[in-house]
Design a protein around this ligand. Sequence first.
Ligand SMILES: [Zn+2]
Length: 639
Amino acid sequence: MNDHTFRLVHGRQQLQSLGCSKDLLTKPIFAGASVLLIDEAKAKLDDYVKPLRQKIETQLILVLVATRQRLHELRAQFEKEPGSRQDIFEFEHDETQLLFRRNGLWLATTAQLVELQLPKDVHFSTIVFDELEKLQAYGGSCFQTLKLELLQMYSRPQLVVTSRLWLAAQMKELLQHAQQPLVLIKEPLEAAVYGGLQLKVELGETLTEQLQQLMDYLVLQSPKRQRTLIYCSGDSDFQLLQQRLPKDNYLLHRARQDMGRLELWQQQLTGKVLLLRNHSPELLVDNVQSLIHFNMPATWSQFRKSFAVLKNQIPNMLLDTMEQQQEQKLHSLILLNKQSQRMLPQLIEFMQQHGQPINELLSTAHAQLQATREATLVSRQCVICPMLLLNGRCLKPTCQYRHTLSVRDANCATVPTAGYMRFQLLKICTPSHFAARLLAHRSSMESTWHTLAMQQQYEDLQQELSNYYAMPEHRVVPTIEQLQQICVRQMDSNSYERVCATFVPAAVTPTAANDLTVRIKHLDLSTVIYHAKLSELLVCPQAWQQIKPMALDVRLIGWLPYNGEEIWQSSDIAAIAELLQHNGSYECSVVAALAQTIFVDELQVETASYTEQLHRQKLGRFDAKAKQRLEQLVNAIDK
Ligand SMILES: [Zn+2]
């Protein structure tokens, strides 16, 4: 077998014949079998579309999706088939009466379906839970209730479930209700979790400590009882283990001449530990029961792939003999030194996703790592996490943004923290986030507005910048160090904008510096972040650096995407463009403010309240807890 693609297929019967087929799902789905598909993080997860499309004319199918964006994507894919367009429906269009009359495919987000309250006498023969991990994360308890209702309404429907994670409890429940279930997993680490993997993570300061941790594990999980493999992260670890492990107890793989011994090892329990330099898919080892990582491989993706070696030991959950098989657990030990602890955020995220216990040592080390990282981000003036500014919290251990607010984020005198304000809309970033320029302010006690001359100031500054840079001697490209300050970017032949760098890649040689791409944020034109070459930037004179930014972020506090998504979808923003006008002037009341972000709680548009429209159009929903978290966040800054 030369195909190194990982693929685990489990059904109630032996499924050998399916193994060679390129499109594994077509035949089973067409035959009415239920399919649970788990693929890697970047996979599109739409292998089911093609076979399902052939059933649209003769059956009533429900496809439940997590976001409106996904709904549009899938609709476009289903419509590729000629003639299928008239058989595809959405619940938001007033076509629900059609449900009683004809076959076809119905697409809906959790929120849409919950609102509709599905009539009891409609019978879907196939139900698709598309991207289950997102349905669960975004739909929360609404999705759980809806899923239970659907499962109660129909006895053993054909279920098609896709996901990037093996969500044990959810999936076992779905498999129990499914007709002729089939599990197809294309991601090795998720397959290992499906197989009941027990993960143990140890932190070690020194090599001696790590060796001791390894020995302790080998006593508990003896290689005499289970085929054990150790992956080393590099040559030095490999050589060290070669010297320190008792010679008789391990098998080394160096080159082709060792292949025969390796095959023998795969076939029988020798009691020997297989020691490999790093992940070697070409060896096709697939019969391991206990896998050890002596420090982490270079990337998270390599780490995930290395679990492919457990493949043939993963028990088939769909067989009745499951309980006996479960007695033999799959074990894995991960030893982390200081250097490989950099992957702790990914490990912690993975363990959280799968409900694996995280001990105190591990969470302390993770917290320390995050604190150091946050301090670096603060000193580099990186942008605040958009999730934090939307929701008041960010729960993603691997998030790349900054979450610690600093003195620099504290509100400054030119930004109002209460009362009412008028602003000019510069850009719609999301339905609850705009780039704006302040026009006027009034306190809650007064009736007169104080005009703020920012527009005039902006025009004056533009003119001054333009005059200044007309002289070639003023056009100086900043050094990497000068990126810490406010710089200027040339927009076209005679127009310049102030910008600040929000991300500068580390370790650059001076010669390559001009080609360096940095992330910059506009300060006066809008608040948008762009990529720019360092050579496109200019040093800004000190006096103009002192001027406060003339574009600010205005955010509707507590307003979140309607379907519970983490972020707004681009299709939602298109809908907002019909409600608000670019450069239009709007009035709102201020709840709280940071140096560059004003949180407001309503926007007056001509016809009605803006937030009411957001809700009516199913674009946004108000979350009082998110509002509360944001208020606390702003108030907690040391001023
Ligand atoms: Zn974040």
